[in-house]
Design a protein around this ligand. Structure first.
Ligand code: F6R
Ligand code: MG
Ligand code: MG
Length: 370
C-alpha cells in the first residue's frame, strides 16, 4: 500500500509594513513554481498560506519524509521569492530565514521550519494544519498534551474504545539535540515535567499506542542553528483526526483559553496565543499578539481536498472563537502593563533583543562588593 506524506515547510523571507504580512506577489510566485512541480508529478497537490510574516507550503506527495527532492523544491520556492520579489521590492527582512546559500539535500537546519507526516491513508483521513506567528515550537506543548493526553479535553480518551490505549509523545531536547519517547497515560507526569519547559523540550511527533502516526510539529530553533539569536521559529503542526484519533473539535478545544507563549514583540515577551481565521492572520498590537490559524482538509488518494477545491476549512473562523479572541486581547493588554519586567518580558537567555551586555559593561567599574 502506497503511503502518503504531508509536508509543511515554512519561512519568513520578507514582508510589507514591517513584519505584518508577505506581499501577494510572493504567494502568487510560490503557486506558479509549485504548479510546475505538480504537473511533472513531483508533488500530488499543494496549498500556499500566510500567517503574519510567514509563508507556508503544504505539499502532499508519495516520496516520504526528509525527501531531498521535496526539500529542494521548497528551498527553491523560498529562494526565488526572496530574489525575484522580496529583494526587488525592498520588502522588510527579505530572505530573513534562509541562513545559508548552499542547499545540501535537507532543508532542516537551514532556517525554514518543517513538519512532515507519512501514513497509510484510511478509508477517510481528515487532517488539521496549525500555523502560528510570533512564537516558537514549544507553544504546541500545552495544546498537544491536552489533545492527546488530557481526558478533560478529549472525551474519546475516556469513552471511545479506539483511543483508550493512549499515545506516545516524542520529545526533543532542542538544546542538547536528543529525543525521548514517553507513553501516556502511564508516563503523563514525566511527560509534563519535560513539556512545561517550553523553550527546551518540544513535542516533535505523536504516535498512537499501536504506532500509527498522529501528529508532527516543526521543532528547529533558528537561534541554535545560527549560533546567535536570529528570531523565534514561528511553528507549524500537522494533526490527524477522527476514527481512532481525537475529533476535530477535541483538537481545536485547547485553543479556546489562550495560553501564554514566548515570542511576540522582538521575540522577547510572553503573550497569549490568539486563534484567528486565515483572513485575520496578521499581527498588529505590539507586533501581535501571537496568532494561530487552523486549516482543515481531507487527504484523498494522495491529495489535499478542501471545502472549495484546495481551499481549506478555516477552522477558527467560527464566531465561537470571538470569545477566545476577546480573552486574548484582554490578556495582551494586561501583560503590557508590566512593561519590561519578567515574566511579561522573557528570561535574558530567551530574548531576541537585549541591551543587558552593554548596560553591564558600562556599569562594570561602578559595581562594588556588597
Ligand atoms: C518578532 C518580530 C518583530 C520585530 C520588531 C522589531 O519576531 O519579528 O516583533 O522583532 O518589529 O524589528 P526590527 O528590529 O526589524 O525593527
Ligand atoms: Mg519578519
Ligand atoms: Mg513570523
Amino acid at each position: 500500500m502506497v503511503r502518503t506524506t504531508v509536508s509543511v515547510i515554512k519561512a519568513d523571507v520578507g514582508s510589507i509594513a514591517g513584519h505584518y504580512k508577505p506581499h501577494q506577489k510572493m504567494l502568487d510566485l510560490a503557486k506558479t513554481i509549485l504548479s510546475e512541480a505538480e504537473k511533472v508529478g513531483l508533488i500530488n497537490s499543494f496549498y500556499v498560506y500566510s500567517v503574519g510574516d510567514d509563508i507556508g507550503l503544504v505539499l502532499t506527495h508519495y516520496k516520504g519524509e526528509n525527501n531531498p527532492e521535496i526539500h529542494a523544491l521548497s528551498w527553491k520556492v523560498f529562494k526565488e521569492l526572496t530574489e525575484k520579489v522580496a529583494k526587488p521590492l525592498k520588502l522588510y527582512a527579505a530572505g530573513q530565514d534562509l541562513l545559508s546559500d548552499a542547499f545540501s539535500g535537507n532543508i532542516r537546519g537551514m532556517g525554514p521550519g518543517v513538519a512532515e507526516l507519512e501514513f497509510e491513508e484510511r478509508q477517510s483521513d481528515p487532517i488539521v494544519v496549525f500555523a502560528a506567528d510570533k512564537t516558537e515550537p514549544g507553544a504546541w506543548n500545552l495544546p498537544l498534551y491536552k489533545i492527546f493526553a488530557d481526558p478533560f479535553n478529549t472525551a474519546g480518551l475516556v469513552i471511545d474504545p479506539k483511543l483508550r490505549d493512549g499515545f506516545v509523545f516524542e520529545v526533543l531536547d532542542v538544546i542538547e539535540d536528543k529525543k525521548v519517547r514517553l507513553k501516556t497515560p502511564e508516563e503523563s507526569y514525566d511527560l509534563l515535567a519535560l513539556l512545561g519547559t517550553t523553550g527546551r523540550y518540544c513535542v516533535s511527533k505523536v504516535y498512537r499506542a499501536d504506532g500509527e502516526p498522529a501528529a508532527a510539529a516543526s521543532t528547529n530553533r533558528l537561534s541554535l542553528i545560527a549560533g546567535k539569536y536570529v528570531g523565534k521559529d514561528d511553528p507549524v503542526l500537522i494533526v490527524r483526526a477522527q476514527s481512532g484519533f481525537p475529533a476535530i473539535g477535541e483538537i481545536l478545544a485547547p485553543f479556546a483559553t489562550p495560553h501564554l507563549v514566548a515570542g511576540w514583540m522582538r521575540g522577547s515577551h510572553n503573550g497569549p496565543l490568539m486563534p484567528v481565521s486565515c483572513r485575520e492572520a496578521v499581527i498588529s498590537y505590539f507586533d501581535g499578539p501571537p496568532r494561530v490559524i487552523a486549516m482543515g482538509w481531507q487527504i484523498s488518494d494522495g491529495k489535499l481536498v478542501g471545502v472549495d477545491g484546495i481551499e481549506p476549512a478555516d477552522l477558527f473562523a467560527d464566531p465561537f472563537w470571538d470569545y477566545s479572541r476577546s480573552i486574548a486581547a484582554q490578556l495582551a493588554i494586561y501583560m503590557r502593563t508590566m512593561g519590561e519586567f519578567m515574566p511579561a518580558r522573557l528570561d535574558p537567555s530567551e530574548m531576541e533583543y537585549t541591551t543587558l551586555p552593554q548596560v553591564l559593561k558600562k556599569l562594570e567599574s561602578r559595581f562594588e562588593r556588597s
